[in-house]
Design a protein around this ligand. Structure first.
Ligand SMILES: Nc1nc2c(ncn2[C@@H]2O[C@H](COP(=O)(O)OP(=O)(O)OP(=O)(O)O)[C@@H](O)[C@H]2O)c(=O)[nH]1
Ligand SMILES: [Mg+2]
Ligand SMILES: [Zn+2]
Length: 313
């Protein structure tokens, strides 16, 4: 009878997490509620975890499966709060797709910080321009062209009339993608459009004037038909990446990375150094002055938050 006392353990994927509790998906595709075992353990959506089933007697008494350990993460997307503390958002992503739309208006500096945070975590970045059914000629056009020129994939779609949704699905195939961005840009509506039968709650018409309202409250992972995984996340007001050193900040700007080898100094931060190819590119108009300004702003944000960061090291 010894096998009865051997706890059954298996690996599973965290598809939704709420503090100390989570929903995990087993290899067979079954969804199970589970709780964290041990105070030091912390998990995020996307984690691969080891789960231990309760013994039959404990299960009968209401015990849930327990997450006992987390497998090494291939990637981890994190943000920094205003006090310089790290907050993990999702793991094992291969792509961060920042969703923007003509409404609500886009803050391109926040999009840049998202793209930089992805780069620091070795996650690819892309821009999804949603609501192509609305007139986007106004503010968005310029910023979107900057991303194209910097080398990011840009996909223009409409979740409402399905324009280019098949192209988006094909682009996301085989990837583990998180949709991120401001509240109301249509992340959940897009998730529903990409995954038939999914009915993730989206902002209703009666709510549509409620600016700053966040409809989605938890980060959740779904499998896409045809391959790939998609994580829908709550909208944000702001985003700052995990802290990195001065020299690393520029890795979030592929166009700066491409120009930097032509700078006179190998450790050029492209601020006031003589012979800087990045500043020459701005003067010549081949590099975006706004994107460069954004780089300098993030460098300053990182330096402002760094004292806290240094103390924690
Ligand atoms: N015109 C138009 N409206 C859209 C489109 N996609 C989404 N919407 C509308 O935009 C509003 C917000 O959509 P959601 O999917 O809830 O937005 P979200 O990004 O998930 O918002 P949060 O969960 O709060 O972060 C809803 O009223 C949608 O119907 C689109 O392609 N075109
Ligand atoms: Mg949503
Ligand atoms: Zn330089």
């Amino acid at each position: 009878m010894t096998f009865m006392n051997t706890p059954v353990e298996f690996t599973a994927r965290v598809v939704e997490s709420f503090g100390r509790r989570a929903i995990v998906r087993t290899a067979d595709g079954e969804r199970l509620p589970a709780e964290l075992f041990g105070k030091r353990l912390s998990i995020v959506c996307g984690d691969e975890v080891n789960v231990r089933m309760p013994r039959p007697v404990a299960a009968a008494a209401g015990d849930e499966p327990r997450i006992v350990s987390v497998q090494p993460r291939r990637t981890l997307l994190q943000r920094t709060d205003s006090r310089g503390r790290n907050e993990p958002l999702a793991s094992n992503l291969t792509l961060l797709a920042i969703v923007v739309a003509p409404e609500p208006p886009t803050d391109p500096y926040m999009v840049d910080r998202y793209l930089a945070g992805a780069a620091y975590a070795h996650i690819d970045g892309a821009i999804v321009v949603n609501k192509s059914d609305l007139d986007s000629s106004s503010t968005l056009g310029e910023a979107v062209e900057e991303y194209r020129r910097a080398g990011y994939p840009v996909l223009t779609v409409s979740a409402l009339n399905s324009h280019a949704i098949d192209d988006l699905r094909a682009f996301l195939k085989g990837k583990t993608t998180m949709f991120a961005g401001q509240s109301g840009v249509g992340k959940s509506t897009l998730t529903n459009a990409l995954i038939p039968d999914l009915e993730r709650q989206t902002r209703t018409l009666s709510d549509s004037t409620g600016e700053g309202r966040h409809t989605t409250v938890s980060t959740a992972l779904f499998r896409m038909p045809g391959g790939g995984e998609l994580i829908d996340s709550p909208g944000v007001r702001d985003f700052a990446p995990a802290l990195v050193s001065d020299a690393v900040v520029q890795r979030g700007w592929p166009e700066i990375v491409a120009a930097a080898p032509q700078c006179r100094f190998a450790n050029c931060l492209h601020l006031r150094e003589p012979g800087c190819a990045v500043i020459a590119g701005i003067d010549a108009g081949t590099l975006s002055a706004r994107r460069y300004e954004s780089y300098k702003r993030l460098l300053n944000i990182m330096r402002d938050l760094a004292p806290d960061y240094e103390r924690r090291k």
